[in-house]
Design a protein around this ligand. Sequence first.
Ligand code: TK8
Length: 347
Amino acid sequence: MSVLLKKKFNLKNIVVGLTAAAALGLASHSALAKDVKTRIVRFGYGLADDSPAGQATRYFADEVKRLSDGKINVKTYGNGALGSDEQMQNALIGGSQEMTFVSTAPLAGMVKEFGVFDLPFLFDNDKVADYVLDGPEGKKLLDSLTGKGLIGLVYWENGFRNITNSRHEISKAGDIKGIKLRVMQNQVALSVFNGLGANAIPMPFTELFTALETKTIDGQENPLSTIQTSKFYEVQPYLTISNHVYTPFVLLASKKWWDGLSGDEKGIIQTAAADAQQFQRKTSRDAAISSLAYLKDKGLKVSEFSTAEKEKIRDALAPILADLTVKIGEPTVTAILAEAKKGQDQK
Ligand code: TK8
């Protein structure tokens, strides 16, 4: 072999070696994993393990493990094993749990402005939701949690909500009248559904399946993937595609815990959180489609609110909107609506 050929050969080897290292993420994590201790992170959540957000939690855990050279071990506990959203929020504040994702609705008990997301028909589609949440107003809300002992890392997606019940078909806004409907625990959700004539009952998600099964309540509302993975379809024969509210999830860390992390460790958690956000949103959106097919296949009677019925809902809520705006905080409602409008105009 000539010297020239030999050189080429060696160079090729080096290039192959470097590519392999990059593919394994070696280049990136050695840079990130400078000041990293061996740690266990307890990550609890309310949904089922196979829900899109449950899958994303394991994706997040794997990313953290990879970026920390196996030093940070995120242990995941699904199905509300560590408690309801509210209980976990409090556990994070107290420092007895490190991480969770919760719906924005129960966060409104702490920062009332999060109630804005329980206003019906705020976002027209998921692109608008992403635009608003990832923009300055979404960030402002996340930052408002710091003073309460929580670090709001990023938004994940719970999704557009749809109504199920065991009483009768709901195809018109008026059909909601008298339905004992479980709602998420805040004033806005409660007022909205009572405003539509339901008998709204606030209840933690962890108690929901049993309450539906025993017919303590008639119905509930959640994204299709939750109706599938939390098995509500087993006890709820009627489904209404209403898409009335888009609920975000907030990926949270305990501030008590966070303040004790090194900069490198915080960087690892933030990088993994952002990567998992991409995965989670895609998984959630794919699931919304596959879950509808699944639920139809299970024999649910599916109805849909027409545009005219959605208009009726808007009209029915008009008289309480001013009061709700005060409850949430007028500047936030105005700012989020303006952002949603901008997001809508963005092509
Ligand atoms: C899961 C809840 C759930 C939410 C609800 O813990 O409470 O209905 O939609 O996803 O956060």
